[in-house]
Design a protein around this ligand. Structure first.
Ligand SMILES: C[S@@+](CC[C@H](N)C(=O)[O-])C[C@H]1O[C@@H](n2cnc3c(N)ncnc32)[C@H](O)[C@@H]1O
Length: 267
């Protein structure tokens, strides 16, 4: 069981993400637990004030470190305490995989100008969900909950279903199709309807490579390319310099086709 604790001033913002859909079902099945902690309950004044004006002046309010510390102390020990901040390391699929292997994750969701900087001494890591600034950490927390919970064994019906997802395989995902087979003159590729599993797998790998090559070539050096991938990328127009940069292995040796009996003799 993986436990998530979210320390927030707005638990009601996170409640739907914690209670609905697959996360809600995973909670019911005891695979994960989600604990929403209102930091206001840990203010030590009768007005439940959790923030104050910044030393040195300036706009906005800052969340007090003593409030955050008391809220954290109320929890069972967490093996990761994560500060959500635009100044943190980028949250990626790889980080999601690391977090999914833990047993208790606590997240500090900021508001206003964020937390007193001394909170950094209470956390094990700082994470950002992207290079933009939101009004609070709850949406970032919801992203992380959605990304990490689906990696917990048993949460997704098919344990293999996330292995081909974008980033998990090192590549962007291949395109998917369902009924109708033809929609507005656009037909589903024939290979997907032919029942040849090896051909489907080869087509999907080539599509994933092409998408990644066109949209996110920065992923290719970490994609674990195979000799067959090299052949596909060459076919797409990748240069020898590109292939070297991505660490692509040599393409499989193409067997020369047998000369036809009675073919024209060489001049
Ligand atoms: C208005 S922001 C504070 C921004 C802060 N003054 C700065 O510029 O770094 C308030 C809170 O939203 C959350 N937040 C905003 N953008 C985020 C992002 N990209 N990733 C993670 N958390 C974010 C953080 O918890 C932050 O404390």
């Amino acid at each position: 069981m993986l436990r998530f604790s979210f320390l927030t001033l707005f638990p009601e913002l996170l409640a739907p993400f914690a209670g609905e859909a697959i996360v809600g079902k995973a909670r019911e099945r005891g695979l994960i637990d989600v604990n929403l902690v209102n930091m206001r309950d840990y203010a030590d004044n009768k007005h439940q004030k959790v923030d104050d004006s910044p030393y040195g002046g300036g706009a906005g309010m800052v969340i007090r470190v003593d409030v955050a510390e008391r809220a954290l102390r109320s929890l069972p020990a967490a093996d990761e305490v994560v500060l959500l901040t635009p100044a943190g390391a980028r949250f990626t699929q790889q980080v999601a995989e690391e977090l999914a292997s833990k047993s208790h994750l606590a997240f500090l969701c900021g508001r206003y100008e964020g937390f007193d900087a001394r909170v950094e001494g209470l956390v094990t890591r700082e994470l950002s969900v992207g290079d933009f600034v939101m009004m609070g950490g709850e949406a970032a927390a919801a992203c992380i909950l959605e990304a990490v919970a689906r990696l917990v064994p048993g949460v997704l019906g098919d344990p293999e279903s996330h292995q081909a997802d974008s980033f998990s395989s090192g590549l962007l995902d291949y395109p998917e199709y369902t009924r109708p087979a033809v929609w507005q003159d656009q037909a589903v590729p024939d290979v997907l309807k032919g029942g040849n599993h090896a051909a489907v797998a080869a087509w999907r790998r080539a599509q994933a490579l092409e998408r990644t090559w066109r949209r996110r070539p920065d992923l290719l050096p970490h994609a674990g390319l195979t000799p067959q991938d090299t052949l596909t990328l060459q076919g797409l127009g990748a240069t020898p310099e590109d292939l070297a940069e991505w660490g692509a292995p040599p393409a499989p040796v193409q067997r020369a086709r047998k000369k036809r009996q009675g073919a024209d003799p060489a001049p």
